[in-house]
Design a protein around this ligand. Structure first.
Ligand code: GDP
Length: 539
């Protein structure tokens, strides 16, 4: 035997070391924010600072949105918004960063929430003039429930806005997180001179150039130099940051990982100020891809054979090919294109011949991916949101929860003779997780109630029912705006109550729907023994 031949054990060790090394280099995150806070601008700025690996030019700032966003549906084109969400991958320092996109429209949907099941960390982007807005808070709640560490970025500091300390108070009060500044704005909102880098105790001065088209010029100064050049503006910043630091803690990575404290950074994404500091924070402090728990709570080591789960399914991205793309977050092992994996729900095998990296309209064939990465599997009509895939050692990751719907409409086939197509379409869309479907004996099968987190989900359903399933349909709005989990007993109790109704969701849960909070309160008061539980992300 030749001396170069390595034993299977040694080969295994080498492979494990490679995977562990790659997982440790991964940072997988999403930006949570309210529309207009600057998410697209920040995405572009991050990509500008880093090296975009496979999808150059794929970011979707509004300035060039027309050219770059996904245009898989006419609806998207008409509105100039992106409904699809996938991952942008870039390298920075020695790290591979996966930024999972979340739909940026006010009518956000369950997809936005599901993306948060696939990331290891979130950047909460706050508009300096507006503070914590509704959509940010909804997404924050999901992050909190998942125990995701959150980095807070106060954006648009180049524009007049709120006071730094008022923003810190709002964060503490509304999220319960302790603000732990890593950088602090020098200059009030509207007079952004730079930041005090508290870790390195230095002043990072920003200089405007070409309004953000290029990486901003940064210069570094000692505190003494900063005091000399910036005078009171510098001392005010140091005093304020000192107050926050004293009343909370200096930055503590453990508190960040535990979801108790949040590092604070200041930026102007549009001017590329403070963007490098966000990347450095991701590299230095954000958690790498780590072992993920399976349904039984057992951790799957990252060096185990390939495993991952589907967090999003998208159909019709390419009109010509009418394809289905299932987005998979890799949890362990190496994903190699062409490998045949097992789908845990059905036990069936699935060949991964068509694997892509997708962001907006850009697509690239992907050959290899590591824990933390996202792979788009094309023609994956068998795969559903929440499905686990694995090679060799079986694993099932926890289901992605269904979220609290707030919008309800009855769906009916326009043409009774096409009821079969109608039924098939609704079933398929439900399986893909496009919409939740609720039924009751009273309403019958012909008129299911569709329940959505965001109203745009209905438009997607209508569009696909018409064009893909050839089953034109119409909606009737229902007056409900609130859902609670209940039991089968509620059917009898609430049967005749005005402003309430009980329906069965296909996961076996009974949902009680109410017109508004007053209807709910009335029912609670009159039926103190009735089980009415808040659904996952509801406030
Ligand atoms: P999104 O809806 O969160 O993706 O927000 P966009 O990135 O599209 O930004 C919304 C608007 O705010 C656009 O007009 C941006 O140019 C602007 N914007 C974003 N970041 C900044 C910033 O740091 N400073 C200023 N002045 N404007 C910004």
């Amino acid at each position: 035997m030749s001396q170069d031949v390595i034993s299977p054990d040694r080969a295994h060790e080498i492979r494990a070391a490679k995977i562990n090394g790659q997982a440790a280099r991964r940072r997988t995150f999403a930006v949570i924010s309210h529309p207009d806070a600057g998410k697209s601008t920040l995405t572009e700025a991050l990509a500008l600072h880093a090296k975009v690996i496979g999808t150059a030019g794929a970011t979707n700032g509004k300035s060039n949105r027309k050219d770059t966003i996904s245009d898989w549906m006419q609806m998207e084109k008409d509105r100039g918004i992106s409904i699809s969400s996938a991952a942008l991958q870039f390298s920075y320092r020695d790290t591979v960063i996966n930024l999972l996109d979340t739909p940026g429209h006010a009518d956000f949907s369950e997809d936005t929430y599901r993306v948060l099941a696939a990331v290891d960390c979130a950047v909460m982007l706050v508009d300096a003039a507006k503070g914590l807005e509704t959509q940010t808070m909804k997404l924050f709640e999901v992050c909190r429930q998942r125990g995701l560490p959150i980095i807070t970025v106060i954006n648009k500091w180049d524009r007049p806005g709120l006071d730094t300390l008022a923003l810190m108070d709002e964060i503490t009060e509304r999220t319960g997180l302790l603000p732990m500044p890593l950088t602090w704005a020098v200059g009030i909102a509207g007079d952004f001179r730079g930041v005090w880098d508290l870790q390195r105790d230095r002043f990072v001065r920003f200089t405007r150039n070409n309004s953000g088209a290029n990486i901003a010029l940064t210069e570094y100064y000692t505190p003494e130099e900063a005091a000399a050049s910036e005078g009171d503006v510098w001392t005010d910043a140091v005093d304020e940051a000192g107050l926050v630091k004293d009343s909370n803690l200096p930055f503590d990575p453990e508190s960040f990982y535990a979801g108790k404290g949040t590092p604070i950074l200041f930026s102007s994404a549009a001017l590329n100020f403070g963007v490098k500091e966000i990347l450095d924070t991701l590299v230095d402090f954000a958690p790498p891809a780590a072992p993920r728990p399976d349904v039984a709570g057992q951790l799957r080591p990252v060096a185990d054979p390939f495993s991952g789960f589907v967090f999003k399914v998208q159909a019709g991205m390419n009109q010509a090919h009418r394809d289905h793309v299932a987005f998979v977050r890799v949890c362990s092992g190496i994903f190699e294109r062409g490998m045949v994996v097992t789908q845990s729900r059905t036990g069936k095998s699935f060949a991964t011949k068509y694997a892509q990296q997708v962001f907006g309209r850009e697509r690239e064939v992907i050959d290899e991916a590591f824990p933390g990465d996202v792979v788009g599997l094309v023609n994956a009509s068998e795969l559903r949101v929440g499905d686990s895939l694995y090679l060799e050692d079986s694993v099932e990751f926890p289901a992605i929860p269904l979220f609290a719907p707030e919008h309800f409409q009855v769906a009916r086939s326009k043409d009774p003779s096409r009821y079969k197509q109608f039924r098939r379409g609704i079933d398929q869309l439900e399986h893909e997780g496009v919409i939740q479907v609720l039924r009751s004996d009273l309403r019958g099968d012909q008129a299911p109630v569709l329940a959505a987190v965001g109203p745009m989900q209905f438009e997607v359903v209508e569009d696909r029912m018409t064009h893909e399933f050839n089953a034109p349909m119409r909606f009737e709005r229902l007056p409900y705006s609130l859902a609670r989990l209940t039991t089968v007993d509620a059917i009898a109790t609430l049967g005749l109550v005005h402003g309430a109704e009980v329906l069965l969701r296909s996961d076996g849960e009974y949902l009680a729907l109410f017109n508004d909070v007053w209807a709910l309160r009335r029912v609670e008061k009159n039926n103190p023994d009735l089980a009415l539980a808040v659904i996952g992300t509801q406030s």
